[in-house]
Design a protein around this ligand. Structure first.
Ligand SMILES: Cc1cc2nc3c(=O)[nH]c(=O)nc-3n(C[C@H](O)[C@H](O)[C@H](O)COP(=O)(O)OP(=O)(O)OC[C@H]3O[C@@H](n4cnc5c(N)ncnc54)[C@H](O)[C@@H]3O)c2cc1C
Length: 333
């Protein structure tokens, strides 16, 4: 078996010794021995069948905004969904026409104006939006607002991709992505592609079935958004972005390290334990927000984990609370 030769198929780009520190917002991680950019569903099916038949561990990486990756090199095959997985399609209510977005240059602001949506009749008040797992939530939010569909403006400032958001059930207070999900498109380990209705995804606060099993790769999500005047909704999106700038530290991190506790803010608990500024190596607890563990520059995964465990222990002793990691730890099996 030679993975590099065997996976040299259409729709798969193979990178070797890919530094994961460059693929995560923590800026931490060893190299992936093999990193696959996969751009079509056919290639993904073939890849997944091959990897499973040969019992080779693999995982999908989105934008790496919620990951702490081991300092060692990784045998796990990393899969990044690109190409066809970055498409957005609109299925207006009572209307079989599909509007496919021009492919955004997903890396930054797109200077082109998207096509205008199809003509809507009076009774058309929502659309099902099929969005590829590789699309950034922030790009989707802007696209939907431009096309006159509201809803995502509240969560559109969360970094990361749709695949990551659907697995994490990413959200802000009172709203998470599952609020808008109708179904999630997946492929299973045998390469079967199908739609999982929302009820089967077992969504709750930062939880989904996709965290409980590695059976599925998320290929896309179908969201239901309301047609409305989106002019005021841009302000909601911008306010969310501004609030982050004002309240969250700038630098290398993975957002909130711990989940909140039954509506109790973990950041507040950590702050009340006097842990702001505590550090291990180059990892430290941010002054601006105690639930953010930051990488000052050369922090290792071990530094971050040591610090996280000190925080957990201190909060348990002082507050009796059992903090749970929100960040996902990635290491060799
Ligand atoms: C500054 C900052 C602020 C943040 N604020 C918030 C916030 O307000 N609310 C919030 O909920 N989160 C927040 N986060 C965390 C993070 O943005 C979210 O969890 C996000 O949804 C992760 O998306 P991602 O594409 O980066 O996923 P990754 O971090 O790459 O991956 C996360 C998990 O999803 C899995 N995954 C990704 N794509 C797929 C796929 N297609 N199929 C199967 N599994 C997949 C990965 O294997 C991994 O287990 C923040 C992070 C940062 C850095």
């Amino acid at each position: 078996m030679n993975i590099i030769e065997d996976l040299n198929i259409d729709g798969v780009e193979i990178l070797q010794k890919e530094p994961l520190s460059k693929r995560t917002t923590f800026g931490i991680g060893g190299c992936a021995k093999v990193f696959l950019n996969i751009s079509t569903i056919d290639a993904l099916k073939k890849g997944v069948i091959y990897l499973n038949q040969n019992s080779i561990p693999y995982m999908v990486i989105g934008d790496g905004t919620n990951l702490l990756v081991t300092d060692k090199d990784l045998d796990i095959i990393f899969i990044k969904l690109v190409g066809d997985f970055k498409e957005i399609s609109y299925f207006p209510n009572h209307n079989s026409q599909i509007v496919t977005s021009p492919l955004y240059s997903m890396e930054g602001e797109d200077s082109r104006q998207p096509e205008s949506p199809t003509t809507h009749t009076e009774e058309d008040n929502f659309a099902i939006i099929r969005v590829g797992a590789g699309v950034k939530l922030s790009d989707l939010t802007k696209d939907t607002l431009k096309k006159g569909f509201g809803g995502l403006e509240k969560i559109g400032s969360i970094p990361g991709t749709i695949g990551g958001a659907c697995l994490m059930n990413a959200g802000v207070r009172y709203f998470d992505i599952s609020t808008y999900i109708e179904s999630v498109g997946v492929i299973d380990k045998k390469g079967n592609a199908f739609e999982m209705p929302k009820e089967s995804c077992q969504y709750s606060y930062r939880e989904s079935i996709f965290q409980q099993t590695d059976e599925y790769i998320i290929t896309h999500a179908n969201l239901r958004l309301v047609k409305t005047d989106t002019t005021p909704l841009w302000d909601v999106l911008i306010a969310g972005i501004e609030k982050r700038k004002a309240t969250q530290p700038k630098g290398k991190c993975a957002g909130c390290f711990f989940k909140n506790q039954n509506n109790q803010s973990s950041g507040k608990l950590i702050e009340e334990c006097g842990l702001k500024g505590l550090s291990v190596g180059d990892a430290y607890v941010a002054q601006e927000h105690a639930n953010f563990i930051m990488n000052r520059g050369n922090a290792t995964a071990i530094d971050v984990l040591r610090l996280a465990n000190i925080i957990k222990e201190e909060v348990r002793k002082q507050k009796g609370a059992n903090l749970q990691f929100e960040v996902r730890i990635i290491k060799n099996e």
